[in-house]
Design a binder for this molecule. Structure first.
Ligand SMILES: Nc1nc2c(ncn2[C@@H]2O[C@H](COP(=O)(O)OP(=O)(O)OP(=O)(O)O)[C@@H](O)[C@H]2O)c(=O)[nH]1
Ligand SMILES: [Mg+2]
Length: 193
């Protein structure tokens, strides 16, 4: 995919704030600090477009990015971060699940997990939740640069088994590993719409 234009559009804290046009949207979901914003920046080759941080819980609204004036990326808040204030914590579920359930523009959900770690209870919940909606989704195991070849292979198999899904893609925002493969999947989801 050739990126000719990538820009931040807006942060949405409620449904009213969602963009009104009908362009297809790809959502990025996963545990806090797993690397959602980094993945978006890596796909778009723009450093700092989606704000990243070593402080988990950085992204607390739905952040919309426009790509090539044709489709959008949506950076969803990370779940499972214990130290965010309670009101924000409970609003994750609400904001993100409302978006996932209602958004007609959503053509693909990308569930991001850490290739080093066991999927959490919340990963399993999200996975089940996405299973029940009939929208396409895929699992991306990021930070793969932090593992040896053998560790990565083992962990990918493990994640695939635990989440009962044989299509787990390895990714690294640092090296760009998996970027072409993921773009192919995104492209076909957008075109199939
Ligand atoms: N080595 C390595 N580090 C990564 C990779 N992806 C993300 N990181 C680091 O992981 C940390 C969290 O990344 P973010 O992209 O901010 O994670 P996030 O999921 O958007 O976090 P929240 O918005 O807080 O939920 C940052 O310090 C990143 O630099 C990767 O592929 N490899
Ligand atoms: Mg983020």
């Amino acid at each position: 995919m050739k990126i000719t234009k990538a820009e931040f559009i807006k942060s949405a804290f409620k449904e009213d704030d969602w963009p009104k046009d009908s362009q297809p949207e790809v959502a990025f979901l996963g545990r806090s600090n797993v690397g959602k914003s980094s993945l978006i920046n890596s796909l778009l080759s723009v450093r700092g477009l989606a704000r990243t941080s070593s402080t988990p819980g950085r992204t607390q609204s739905l952040n919309f990015f426009s790509v090539n004036d044709k489709f959008k990326f949506v950076d969803l808040p990370g779940f499972g971060y214990a130290r965010v204030p309670k009101n924000i914590k409970s609003s994750w579920g609400e904001m993100a699940t409302t978006y996932l359930a209602k958004r007609r523009q959503l053509v693909l959900s990308i569930h991001i997990v850490d290739s080093r770690h066991e999927p959490t209870k919340q990963d399993l919940q999200l996975h089940e939740w996405l299973d029940q909606s009939d929208k396409p989704r895929l699992i991306v195991a990021t930070k793969s640069d932090k593992l040896s070849h053998n560790e990565l292979r083992r962990n990918l198999q493990h994640i695939a088994r635990v989440l009962d899904d044989d299509s787990v893609m390895a990714y690294s925002a640092k090296s760009g590993r998996g970027r072409d493969e993921l773009w192919r999947a995104i492209k076909s989801a957008i075109e199939l719409r």
